[in-house]
Write a protein that binds this ligand. Structure first.
Ligand code: NAD
Length: 362
C-alpha cells in the first residue's frame, strides 16, 4: 500500500466536471489496488484570476512542485466574451499555462492519437486510409523554440516590423530525444523525427543531435521527415507512425492534426514531463465554455490523462492498464457521451460516463 499526493487543478469551463470524473476513477483504482491518493486542489487560469488577479501564483507553483504529479482539467473562457480576455496578455488564463510549464521545467509533451475501433466512424479519413487503424504518440518539445524565444515589434523606417526567434541548444534537443527513444522502446520501436532541415539551422542541429542519441538505441528505428511532408503523411497513411519526435511549434500543429484524425477531441489525453518522474497531466482539449456546467462534456480524455499519470509519474503500470481497459470496455458496451454518439449507442452524461468507467475497474 502506497500513499500518493496529487495536485489537482480543475481550472475553468468544463474543467471541474471532467476532473471530478477522473478522481472518481482514481478513487476506484485506489480501492481495488490498495493505494491512497490524497488530493490538493489548486487554482489556475480564470479561476485564479477571479481570486488572486493573476492566472498562476507562486504559492500554486510551490504546491504543485511538492506533489507527486499534477492532474489538470483545462483553463480559459470564451475568448470573445469573457472579461479575462480584456486583461493584458501576461495576465490572461493561458499565461498561467506557459508559466507553469516553464516553472516545472515540463519540456516533454506526450500526446497519443489512438483510433478506437468502436469510434472508427468518427474518423474523417477514408476506410482504406485508416487500414488497421493507428496508434501515434507525438513527443513535442515544450519549453524551447519559437514560443519561448525573444520577440519584438518595432518600427523601422516608419514601417512596423515584428520578429520572433527560434533557438535550440544541443542539450534541449538531446533531453527530448532521449525521452522519445525511451518511450519508443515501450511501444513499437520506431521514431520519426520531424524537422525542416532543408531550411532551418535549428532543424539541422536537431537532426544531428537526434542521430547522436539514436546511436544509443540500436533497437529503435529512426527516420527523418520534413514537417510539411509529415503533415501530409498523417492524413495519407497514419498507420506508418509510432513515436513522432519534434520541436515545439511543429509539435503544436502536428498534434492538433493527429488529434483531428481520431475524430474525437474529447478522447485525447496528454502528459508533460520534466527530467524526473514528475509530470502534469491534462486532456488535449480546451475548457469548452459552450458546454460547461451542462453535464455534456466527455471526461474520457481526462480519465486517460490520469492513466498516463499512473504510468509515467507513479510507476503504476498495471493500474494504468486497468483504466485504459475500462475505457475500451465502456465503448464496447455501447455507452457514448454526446460528442462521440452514433446510432444504436446509449447516450450518457459526464457523470454517468465516469461512473461506468470506474465500475469496470475491479
Ligand atoms: P475547446 O477544445 O475548448 O473546444 C472546441 C470544441 O470541442 C467545442 O465545441 C467544445 O464543446 C468541444 N469539446 C472540447 N472538449 C470536449 C469534451 N471533453 N467533450 C465534448 N466536447 C468537447 O477549444 P476552444 O473552444 O478553442 O477553446 C476554449 C477555451 O479553452 C479557450 O479559452 C482556450 O484558450 C482554452 N484552451 C485551453 C487549453 C488548456 O487548458 N490546455 C487548451 C486549448 C484551449
Amino acid at each position: 500500500m502506497k500513499n500518493y499526493h496529487i495536485a489537482v487543478i480543475p481550472g475553468d469551463g468544463i474543467g471541474p466536471e471532467i476532473v471530478r470524473e477522473a478522481r472518481k476513477v482514481l478513487d476506484q483504482v485506489a480501492k481495488v489496488y490498495h493505494h491512497t491518493f490524497t488530493y490538493e486542489e489548486l487554482l489556475m487560469g480564470g479561476a485564479s484570476i477571479d481570486v488572486h488577479g493573476v492566472p498562476l501564483t507562486d504559492e500554486t507553483i510551490a504546491a504543485a512542485k511538492k506533489a507527486d504529479a499534477v492532474l489538470m482539467g483545462s483553463i480559459g473562457g470564451d475568448t470573445t466574451t469573457s472579461p479575462w480576455y480584456q486583461l493584458p496578455a501576461d495576465r490572461r488564463p493561458e499565461a498561467g499555462l506557459l508559466k507553469i510549464r516553464k516553472a516545472l521545467n515540463l519540456f516533454a509533451n506526450l500526446r497519443p492519437a489512438y483510433l478506437y475501433t468502436e469510434l472508427r466512424k468518427a474518423c474523417p479519413l477514408r476506410d482504406e486510409v485508416i487500414g488497421d487503424g493507428f496508434d501515434i504518440l507525438i513527443m513535442r518539445e515544450l519549453t524551447g523554440g519559437l514560443y519561448f524565444g525573444d520577440r519584438s515589434t518595432r518600427q523601422v523606417d516608419g514601417k512596423w516590423v515584428a520578429e520572433d526567434t527560434l533557438t535550440y541548444s544541443e542539450d534541449e534537443i538531446r533531453r527530448i530525444a532521449v525521452r522519445g527513444f525511451e518511450v519508443a522502446r515501450k511501444r513499437r520501436r520506431k521514431v520519426t523525427s520531424v524537422d525542416k532541415a532543408n531550411v532551418l539551422d535549428s532543424s539541422r542541429l536537431w537532426r544531428k543531435i537526434v542521430e547522436e542519441v539514436a546511436s544509443d538505441y540500436p533497437d529503435v528505428t529512426l527516420e527523418h521527415m520534413l514537417v510539411d511532408n509529415c503533415a501530409m503523411q498523417l492524413v495519407r497513411d497514419p498507420g506508418q507512425f509510432d513515436v513522432v519526435l519534434t520541436e515545439n511549434m511543429f509539435g503544436d500543429i502536428l498534434s492538433d492534426e493527429a488529434s483531428m484524425i481520431t475524430g474525437s477531441i474529447g478522447m485525447l489525453s496528454s502528459a508533460s514531463l520534466n527530467e524526473t518522474r514528475f509530470g502534469l497531466y491534462e486532456p488535449s482539449h480546451g475548457s469548452a465554455p459552450d458546454i460547461a456546467g451542462k453535464n455534456l462534456a466527455n471526461p474520457i480524455a481526462t480519465i486517460l490523462s490520469a492513466a498516463m499519470m499512473l504510468r509515467y509519474s507513479l510507476d503504476l503500470d498495471q493500474e494504468a492498464d486497468a483504466v485504459e481497459k475500462a475505457v475500451k470496455q465502456v465503448l464496447q458496451d455501447g455507452y457514448r457521451t454526446r460528442d462521440i454518439f452514433s446510432e444504436g449507442c446509449e447516450k450518457v452524461g459526464t457523470d454517468r460516463m465516469g461512473t461506468l468507467i470506474a465500475q469496470r475497474i475491479q
